[in-house]
Design a protein around this ligand. Structure first.
Ligand code: AMP
Length: 407
Protein backbone atom coordinates (compact mmCIF):
# COMPACT_ATOMS: atom_id res chain seq x y z
CA UNK A 1 0.00 0.00 0.00
CA UNK A 2 1.37 3.44 -0.96
CA UNK A 3 1.79 6.03 1.80
CA UNK A 4 -1.08 8.44 1.48
CA UNK A 5 -0.62 12.18 0.97
CA UNK A 6 -2.09 14.62 3.52
CA UNK A 7 -4.83 15.66 1.08
CA UNK A 8 -6.15 12.08 0.96
CA UNK A 9 -6.39 11.61 4.75
CA UNK A 10 -10.00 10.74 5.67
CA UNK A 11 -10.99 10.69 1.97
CA UNK A 12 -12.72 8.02 -0.10
CA UNK A 13 -13.07 6.84 -3.69
CA UNK A 14 -16.42 5.57 -4.98
CA UNK A 15 -15.91 2.64 -7.38
CA UNK A 16 -18.74 1.60 -9.69
CA UNK A 17 -18.86 -1.62 -11.69
CA UNK A 18 -22.11 -1.89 -13.66
CA UNK A 19 -23.23 -5.02 -15.48
CA UNK A 20 -26.15 -5.40 -17.87
CA UNK A 21 -28.80 -5.76 -15.13
CA UNK A 22 -26.79 -5.17 -11.96
CA UNK A 23 -24.19 -2.94 -10.39
CA UNK A 24 -21.54 -3.40 -7.74
CA UNK A 25 -20.14 -0.39 -5.95
CA UNK A 26 -17.58 0.12 -3.20
CA UNK A 27 -16.51 3.09 -1.14
CA UNK A 28 -12.81 2.62 -0.41
CA UNK A 29 -10.74 4.54 2.08
CA UNK A 30 -7.74 6.27 0.49
CA UNK A 31 -5.80 5.73 3.72
CA UNK A 32 -5.90 1.94 3.97
CA UNK A 33 -7.32 1.01 0.54
CA UNK A 34 -10.07 -1.11 2.07
CA UNK A 35 -13.81 -0.70 1.54
CA UNK A 36 -16.07 0.77 4.21
CA UNK A 37 -19.06 -0.28 2.09
CA UNK A 38 -19.74 -2.83 -0.66
CA UNK A 39 -23.07 -2.69 -2.49
CA UNK A 40 -24.68 -5.12 -4.89
CA UNK A 41 -27.85 -4.25 -6.82
CA UNK A 42 -29.37 -7.10 -8.80
CA UNK A 43 -32.21 -7.57 -11.28
CA UNK A 44 -32.36 -3.97 -12.46
CA UNK A 45 -35.37 -3.62 -14.76
CA UNK A 46 -37.25 -6.46 -13.02
CA UNK A 47 -39.87 -6.24 -10.26
CA UNK A 48 -38.01 -8.46 -7.80
CA UNK A 49 -34.80 -6.46 -7.44
CA UNK A 50 -32.43 -6.83 -4.50
CA UNK A 51 -30.07 -4.31 -2.96
CA UNK A 52 -27.44 -5.60 -0.57
CA UNK A 53 -25.28 -3.33 1.58
CA UNK A 54 -22.26 -4.75 3.37
CA UNK A 55 -20.84 -2.21 5.81
CA UNK A 56 -17.19 -2.95 6.73
CA UNK A 57 -17.23 -5.96 4.38
CA UNK A 58 -15.04 -9.01 5.11
CA UNK A 59 -14.13 -7.79 8.59
CA UNK A 60 -15.37 -8.94 12.01
CA UNK A 61 -17.45 -5.73 12.05
CA UNK A 62 -19.32 -6.61 8.84
CA UNK A 63 -23.02 -5.66 8.85
CA UNK A 64 -25.25 -6.90 6.07
CA UNK A 65 -28.50 -5.17 5.05
CA UNK A 66 -30.74 -6.54 2.28
CA UNK A 67 -33.58 -4.59 0.69
CA UNK A 68 -36.29 -5.52 -1.81
CA UNK A 69 -36.20 -2.85 -4.50
CA UNK A 70 -37.57 -2.06 -7.93
CA UNK A 71 -35.17 -0.12 -10.10
CA UNK A 72 -36.42 0.48 -13.63
CA UNK A 73 -32.95 1.73 -14.64
CA UNK A 74 -29.35 1.79 -13.38
CA UNK A 75 -29.67 5.54 -12.82
CA UNK A 76 -32.59 5.13 -10.43
CA UNK A 77 -30.70 2.40 -8.59
CA UNK A 78 -27.61 4.58 -8.14
CA UNK A 79 -29.71 7.53 -6.90
CA UNK A 80 -31.45 5.33 -4.31
CA UNK A 81 -28.18 3.77 -3.19
CA UNK A 82 -26.56 7.17 -2.69
CA UNK A 83 -29.56 8.39 -0.65
CA UNK A 84 -29.41 5.31 1.58
CA UNK A 85 -25.68 5.82 2.21
CA UNK A 86 -26.47 9.14 3.90
CA UNK A 87 -29.80 8.05 5.45
CA UNK A 88 -28.09 5.05 7.07
CA UNK A 89 -25.31 7.26 8.40
CA UNK A 90 -22.56 5.39 6.53
CA UNK A 91 -21.27 8.81 5.47
CA UNK A 92 -22.74 12.09 6.83
CA UNK A 93 -22.54 13.59 3.30
CA UNK A 94 -20.38 13.10 0.22
CA UNK A 95 -17.79 15.79 0.96
CA UNK A 96 -15.15 13.14 1.70
CA UNK A 97 -15.45 11.48 -1.75
CA UNK A 98 -12.54 12.78 -3.83
CA UNK A 99 -13.16 10.78 -7.00
CA UNK A 100 -15.23 8.11 -8.67
CA UNK A 101 -13.77 5.25 -10.68
CA UNK A 102 -15.95 3.42 -13.19
CA UNK A 103 -15.31 0.07 -14.82
CA UNK A 104 -16.41 0.50 -18.44
CA UNK A 105 -16.61 -2.54 -20.68
CA UNK A 106 -15.39 -1.35 -24.06
CA UNK A 107 -13.23 1.62 -24.90
CA UNK A 108 -11.97 0.64 -28.33
CA UNK A 109 -8.33 0.25 -29.37
CA UNK A 110 -6.90 3.43 -27.83
CA UNK A 111 -8.52 4.09 -24.48
CA UNK A 112 -7.24 2.22 -21.41
CA UNK A 113 -7.93 4.52 -18.45
CA UNK A 114 -8.68 8.23 -18.47
CA UNK A 115 -10.50 11.10 -16.80
CA UNK A 116 -14.08 11.27 -18.04
CA UNK A 117 -14.87 14.21 -20.30
CA UNK A 118 -17.13 14.76 -23.32
CA UNK A 119 -14.70 12.92 -25.66
CA UNK A 120 -14.49 9.87 -23.40
CA UNK A 121 -18.27 9.77 -23.06
CA UNK A 122 -18.53 9.83 -26.85
CA UNK A 123 -16.07 6.89 -27.06
CA UNK A 124 -18.28 4.93 -24.63
CA UNK A 125 -21.30 5.80 -26.83
CA UNK A 126 -19.45 4.88 -30.04
CA UNK A 127 -18.82 1.36 -28.73
CA UNK A 128 -22.43 0.71 -27.65
CA UNK A 129 -23.05 -1.44 -30.79
CA UNK A 130 -20.26 -3.83 -29.66
CA UNK A 131 -21.15 -3.68 -25.94
CA UNK A 132 -24.91 -3.13 -26.10
CA UNK A 133 -25.70 -4.31 -22.58
CA UNK A 134 -22.78 -2.84 -20.66
CA UNK A 135 -21.65 0.45 -22.23
CA UNK A 136 -25.08 2.17 -21.85
CA UNK A 137 -25.26 1.04 -18.20
CA UNK A 138 -21.71 2.30 -17.58
CA UNK A 139 -22.51 5.67 -19.13
CA UNK A 140 -25.77 6.00 -17.18
CA UNK A 141 -23.90 5.42 -13.89
CA UNK A 142 -21.26 8.01 -14.81
CA UNK A 143 -23.87 10.64 -15.68
CA UNK A 144 -26.07 10.12 -12.61
CA UNK A 145 -23.10 10.25 -10.25
CA UNK A 146 -21.89 13.43 -11.96
CA UNK A 147 -25.26 14.98 -11.06
CA UNK A 148 -25.14 13.77 -7.46
CA UNK A 149 -21.47 14.67 -6.94
CA UNK A 150 -20.94 17.83 -9.02
CA UNK A 151 -17.29 18.72 -9.39
CA UNK A 152 -16.02 15.32 -8.24
CA UNK A 153 -13.80 13.96 -11.04
CA UNK A 154 -14.63 10.60 -12.61
CA UNK A 155 -12.20 8.16 -14.20
CA UNK A 156 -13.16 5.45 -16.71
CA UNK A 157 -11.13 2.25 -16.43
CA UNK A 158 -11.86 0.15 -19.49
CA UNK A 159 -12.01 -3.65 -19.19
CA UNK A 160 -10.40 -3.76 -22.64
CA UNK A 161 -7.67 -1.28 -21.60
CA UNK A 162 -4.97 -3.75 -20.53
CA UNK A 163 -5.22 -5.47 -23.91
CA UNK A 164 -4.66 -2.34 -26.04
CA UNK A 165 -0.95 -3.30 -26.19
CA UNK A 166 -1.62 -6.46 -28.26
CA UNK A 167 0.24 -6.49 -31.60
CA UNK A 168 -1.80 -6.23 -34.80
CA UNK A 169 -1.18 -9.88 -35.74
CA UNK A 170 -2.79 -10.94 -32.44
CA UNK A 171 -5.87 -8.73 -32.70
CA UNK A 172 -6.71 -8.76 -36.41
CA UNK A 173 -9.38 -11.14 -37.74
CA UNK A 174 -8.84 -12.66 -41.19
CA UNK A 175 -11.85 -10.96 -42.77
CA UNK A 176 -12.53 -8.00 -45.10
CA UNK A 177 -10.39 -4.99 -44.15
CA UNK A 178 -13.17 -2.59 -45.19
CA UNK A 179 -15.76 -4.25 -42.96
CA UNK A 180 -13.34 -4.50 -40.04
CA UNK A 181 -12.62 -0.78 -40.30
CA UNK A 182 -16.25 0.20 -40.83
CA UNK A 183 -17.50 -1.68 -37.76
CA UNK A 184 -14.34 -1.65 -35.56
CA UNK A 185 -14.13 -5.46 -35.79
CA UNK A 186 -11.03 -6.81 -34.05
CA UNK A 187 -10.07 -8.71 -30.95
CA UNK A 188 -10.29 -6.43 -27.88
CA UNK A 189 -10.02 -8.86 -24.94
CA UNK A 190 -11.79 -8.46 -21.58
CA UNK A 191 -11.12 -9.04 -17.85
CA UNK A 192 -8.29 -6.53 -18.40
CA UNK A 193 -8.64 -4.90 -14.97
CA UNK A 194 -8.25 -8.30 -13.32
CA UNK A 195 -5.33 -9.43 -15.52
CA UNK A 196 -3.55 -6.15 -14.79
CA UNK A 197 -4.08 -6.29 -11.04
CA UNK A 198 -3.11 -9.97 -10.76
CA UNK A 199 0.02 -9.65 -12.92
CA UNK A 200 1.15 -6.53 -10.99
CA UNK A 201 0.57 -8.35 -7.70
CA UNK A 202 2.53 -11.37 -8.97
CA UNK A 203 5.45 -9.16 -10.01
CA UNK A 204 5.54 -7.67 -6.52
CA UNK A 205 5.32 -11.13 -4.93
CA UNK A 206 8.18 -12.40 -7.10
CA UNK A 207 10.30 -9.31 -6.40
CA UNK A 208 10.32 -8.26 -10.07
CA UNK A 209 9.65 -4.90 -11.73
CA UNK A 210 7.15 -6.47 -14.11
CA UNK A 211 5.61 -9.90 -14.73
CA UNK A 212 6.22 -12.06 -17.79
CA UNK A 213 3.98 -15.09 -17.98
CA UNK A 214 0.47 -16.38 -18.30
CA UNK A 215 -2.53 -15.20 -16.30
CA UNK A 216 -5.62 -17.45 -16.10
CA UNK A 217 -8.79 -15.66 -14.93
CA UNK A 218 -11.19 -18.57 -14.33
CA UNK A 219 -14.59 -17.54 -13.01
CA UNK A 220 -18.04 -17.66 -14.51
CA UNK A 221 -16.34 -15.91 -17.43
CA UNK A 222 -12.86 -17.25 -18.26
CA UNK A 223 -9.92 -15.81 -20.13
CA UNK A 224 -6.14 -16.23 -20.31
CA UNK A 225 -3.63 -13.50 -21.12
CA UNK A 226 -0.03 -13.75 -22.30
CA UNK A 227 1.91 -10.97 -20.60
CA UNK A 228 5.43 -9.79 -21.49
CA UNK A 229 7.17 -7.28 -19.24
CA UNK A 230 3.82 -6.34 -17.68
CA UNK A 231 2.10 -5.74 -21.05
CA UNK A 232 -0.54 -7.91 -22.66
CA UNK A 233 0.59 -9.49 -25.95
CA UNK A 234 -2.40 -11.82 -26.47
CA UNK A 235 -5.59 -12.87 -24.76
CA UNK A 236 -8.28 -15.47 -25.39
CA UNK A 237 -11.39 -13.27 -25.51
CA UNK A 238 -11.98 -11.36 -28.74
CA UNK A 239 -14.43 -8.87 -30.19
CA UNK A 240 -16.76 -9.88 -27.36
CA UNK A 241 -16.24 -12.02 -24.23
CA UNK A 242 -17.50 -15.07 -26.16
CA UNK A 243 -14.21 -16.20 -27.73
CA UNK A 244 -11.68 -18.57 -26.21
CA UNK A 245 -12.14 -20.86 -23.22
CA UNK A 246 -15.22 -22.85 -22.26
CA UNK A 247 -17.08 -20.81 -19.61
CA UNK A 248 -20.04 -21.06 -17.24
CA UNK A 249 -22.64 -20.22 -19.88
CA UNK A 250 -20.52 -19.23 -22.92
CA UNK A 251 -19.30 -21.69 -25.52
CA UNK A 252 -15.87 -20.13 -26.19
CA UNK A 253 -14.16 -21.04 -29.49
CA UNK A 254 -16.39 -22.62 -32.12
CA UNK A 255 -16.29 -22.75 -35.90
CA UNK A 256 -17.96 -19.51 -37.10
CA UNK A 257 -20.06 -21.65 -39.46
CA UNK A 258 -21.87 -23.31 -36.58
CA UNK A 259 -24.19 -20.40 -35.66
CA UNK A 260 -24.83 -19.76 -39.37
CA UNK A 261 -25.87 -23.40 -39.79
CA UNK A 262 -28.19 -23.26 -36.76
CA UNK A 263 -29.73 -19.96 -37.89
CA UNK A 264 -30.55 -21.56 -41.23
CA UNK A 265 -31.81 -24.84 -39.80
CA UNK A 266 -33.70 -23.53 -36.76
CA UNK A 267 -34.62 -20.05 -38.02
CA UNK A 268 -32.95 -18.36 -35.04
CA UNK A 269 -32.69 -14.57 -35.08
CA UNK A 270 -29.30 -12.97 -34.22
CA UNK A 271 -30.64 -12.22 -30.70
CA UNK A 272 -31.72 -15.84 -30.16
CA UNK A 273 -28.38 -17.09 -31.47
CA UNK A 274 -26.47 -14.73 -29.21
CA UNK A 275 -28.56 -15.88 -26.23
CA UNK A 276 -27.82 -19.54 -27.04
CA UNK A 277 -24.05 -19.01 -27.33
CA UNK A 278 -23.66 -16.54 -24.43
CA UNK A 279 -26.22 -17.71 -21.88
CA UNK A 280 -27.19 -21.31 -22.66
CA UNK A 281 -23.84 -22.90 -23.57
CA UNK A 282 -20.58 -23.81 -21.79
CA UNK A 283 -20.70 -25.84 -18.56
CA UNK A 284 -24.44 -25.13 -18.30
CA UNK A 285 -25.18 -26.82 -21.64
CA UNK A 286 -22.76 -29.70 -21.21
CA UNK A 287 -23.08 -30.52 -17.49
CA UNK A 288 -26.43 -28.93 -16.57
CA UNK A 289 -24.98 -26.23 -14.28
CA UNK A 290 -22.78 -23.18 -14.83
CA UNK A 291 -21.44 -23.48 -11.28
CA UNK A 292 -18.13 -25.36 -11.04
CA UNK A 293 -19.00 -26.57 -7.53
CA UNK A 294 -22.05 -28.39 -8.96
CA UNK A 295 -19.90 -29.83 -11.73
CA UNK A 296 -17.37 -31.10 -9.15
CA UNK A 297 -20.19 -32.74 -7.13
CA UNK A 298 -21.57 -34.41 -10.25
CA UNK A 299 -18.12 -35.71 -11.16
CA UNK A 300 -17.82 -37.31 -7.71
CA UNK A 301 -21.05 -39.17 -8.46
CA UNK A 302 -19.56 -40.39 -11.76
CA UNK A 303 -21.77 -38.21 -13.99
CA UNK A 304 -20.41 -38.70 -17.54
CA UNK A 305 -21.65 -35.34 -18.88
CA UNK A 306 -19.97 -33.47 -16.03
CA UNK A 307 -16.72 -35.40 -16.57
CA UNK A 308 -16.72 -34.51 -20.27
CA UNK A 309 -17.56 -30.84 -19.55
CA UNK A 310 -14.70 -30.63 -17.06
CA UNK A 311 -12.30 -32.35 -19.47
CA UNK A 312 -13.18 -29.83 -22.19
CA UNK A 313 -12.81 -26.96 -19.69
CA UNK A 314 -9.32 -28.10 -18.61
CA UNK A 315 -8.17 -29.12 -22.10
CA UNK A 316 -8.86 -25.66 -23.57
CA UNK A 317 -6.95 -24.01 -20.73
CA UNK A 318 -3.98 -26.35 -21.25
CA UNK A 319 -4.06 -25.71 -25.02
CA UNK A 320 -3.98 -21.92 -24.60
CA UNK A 321 -1.30 -21.99 -21.90
CA UNK A 322 0.80 -24.14 -24.27
CA UNK A 323 0.22 -21.67 -27.10
CA UNK A 324 1.18 -18.70 -24.92
CA UNK A 325 4.27 -20.52 -23.64
CA UNK A 326 5.40 -20.72 -27.25
CA UNK A 327 4.50 -17.04 -27.82
CA UNK A 328 6.44 -15.85 -24.75
CA UNK A 329 9.36 -18.32 -24.68
CA UNK A 330 10.65 -17.68 -21.16
CA UNK A 331 8.08 -17.18 -18.39
CA UNK A 332 8.17 -16.32 -14.67
CA UNK A 333 5.03 -18.30 -13.97
CA UNK A 334 1.42 -19.22 -14.51
CA UNK A 335 -1.16 -17.32 -12.42
CA UNK A 336 -4.60 -18.51 -11.34
CA UNK A 337 -7.38 -16.15 -10.30
CA UNK A 338 -11.21 -15.80 -10.31
CA UNK A 339 -13.71 -17.95 -8.41
CA UNK A 340 -12.48 -21.20 -9.97
CA UNK A 341 -8.80 -20.26 -10.30
CA UNK A 342 -8.60 -19.15 -6.65
CA UNK A 343 -10.62 -21.98 -5.12
CA UNK A 344 -10.69 -25.11 -7.27
CA UNK A 345 -7.50 -27.06 -6.50
CA UNK A 346 -8.93 -29.96 -8.55
CA UNK A 347 -8.97 -27.73 -11.63
CA UNK A 348 -5.46 -26.32 -11.02
CA UNK A 349 -3.88 -29.76 -10.51
CA UNK A 350 -4.34 -31.32 -13.98
CA UNK A 351 -3.50 -28.00 -15.64
CA UNK A 352 -0.22 -27.65 -13.74
CA UNK A 353 0.63 -31.35 -14.23
CA UNK A 354 0.34 -30.89 -18.01
CA UNK A 355 3.31 -28.52 -17.79
CA UNK A 356 5.58 -30.84 -15.80
CA UNK A 357 7.60 -31.66 -18.96
CA UNK A 358 8.27 -27.91 -19.31
CA UNK A 359 9.57 -27.56 -15.75
CA UNK A 360 6.50 -26.81 -13.62
CA UNK A 361 6.62 -28.96 -10.48
CA UNK A 362 3.32 -28.71 -8.61
CA UNK A 363 3.35 -29.09 -4.81
CA UNK A 364 0.05 -30.96 -4.32
CA UNK A 365 -0.09 -30.04 -0.61
CA UNK A 366 0.43 -26.32 -1.19
CA UNK A 367 -2.22 -26.56 -3.92
CA UNK A 368 -4.80 -27.58 -1.26
CA UNK A 369 -4.19 -24.60 1.01
CA UNK A 370 -6.92 -21.94 1.03
CA UNK A 371 -6.00 -18.32 1.61
CA UNK A 372 -6.89 -14.83 0.49
CA UNK A 373 -3.21 -14.01 -0.05
CA UNK A 374 -1.07 -14.45 -3.18
CA UNK A 375 0.79 -17.77 -2.87
CA UNK A 376 3.00 -20.26 -4.70
CA UNK A 377 1.72 -23.79 -5.30
CA UNK A 378 4.88 -25.10 -6.97
CA UNK A 379 7.70 -27.09 -5.36
CA UNK A 380 10.84 -25.21 -4.34
CA UNK A 381 13.21 -24.95 -7.31
CA UNK A 382 10.43 -25.42 -9.90
CA UNK A 383 11.62 -23.82 -13.16
CA UNK A 384 8.15 -22.43 -13.88
CA UNK A 385 6.21 -21.13 -10.90
CA UNK A 386 2.46 -21.54 -10.38
CA UNK A 387 0.77 -18.88 -8.25
CA UNK A 388 -2.72 -18.34 -6.93
CA UNK A 389 -3.39 -14.59 -6.82
CA UNK A 390 -6.80 -13.40 -5.59
CA UNK A 391 -8.13 -10.70 -7.88
CA UNK A 392 -9.44 -7.33 -6.67
CA UNK A 393 -10.85 -5.27 -9.51
CA UNK A 394 -12.26 -2.58 -7.21
CA UNK A 395 -8.85 -1.92 -5.65
CA UNK A 396 -7.26 -1.78 -9.11
CA UNK A 397 -9.90 0.75 -10.24
CA UNK A 398 -9.35 2.84 -7.12
CA UNK A 399 -5.56 2.88 -7.51
CA UNK A 400 -5.84 3.69 -11.22
CA UNK A 401 -8.35 6.47 -10.52
CA UNK A 402 -6.04 8.18 -8.04
CA UNK A 403 -3.04 7.74 -10.37
CA UNK A 404 -4.88 9.27 -13.34
CA UNK A 405 -5.96 12.23 -11.18
CA UNK A 406 -2.36 12.81 -10.13
CA UNK A 407 -2.60 11.88 -6.44
P1 AMP B 1 -16.47 -15.59 -10.34
O1 AMP B 1 -17.18 -15.32 -11.65
O2 AMP B 1 -15.04 -15.17 -10.34
O3 AMP B 1 -17.24 -15.12 -9.14
O4 AMP B 1 -16.42 -17.20 -10.20
C1 AMP B 1 -17.59 -17.98 -10.19
C2 AMP B 1 -17.19 -19.43 -10.37
O5 AMP B 1 -16.29 -19.81 -9.31
C3 AMP B 1 -18.36 -20.41 -10.31
O6 AMP B 1 -18.24 -21.39 -11.33
C4 AMP B 1 -18.17 -21.07 -8.96
O7 AMP B 1 -18.66 -22.36 -8.94
C5 AMP B 1 -16.66 -21.08 -8.85
N1 AMP B 1 -16.23 -21.32 -7.46
C6 AMP B 1 -16.37 -20.52 -6.40
N2 AMP B 1 -15.91 -21.14 -5.27
C7 AMP B 1 -15.48 -22.36 -5.66
C8 AMP B 1 -14.92 -23.49 -4.98
N3 AMP B 1 -14.70 -23.46 -3.67
N4 AMP B 1 -14.60 -24.58 -5.71
C9 AMP B 1 -14.83 -24.61 -7.04
N5 AMP B 1 -15.35 -23.59 -7.74
C10 AMP B 1 -15.68 -22.48 -7.06
Amino acid sequence: MATVSAELKGKYVLVVNAGSSSFKTQILSCENETPILAVLAERIGANNGKLIFKVNPDTDKEEKHAFDVHYPTHGEGIRDMMKRIVDMGILPNFDSIVATGHRVLLGGPKYAECKVDATVKQVIRDYIPLGPLHNPANLACIEVIEEILPGVPAVAVFDTGFHTTMPDYAYTYGISKELSEKYHLRRYGFHGISHKYVSKTAAKYLGKETFTGICCHLGNGCSISAIKDGKCVDTTMGLTPLEGLLMGTRCGDIDASLPLFLMEQEGYTPTQMSDLLNKQSGLKALAGSNDMRDVENLIEKGDKDAILANNIFNYRIIKYIGAYLAVLGQIDGILFTGGIGENASVTREPICKAFEPFGLELDTELNQIRSGEPREINKKGSKIKALVVPTNEELEIMQTTLKILGY
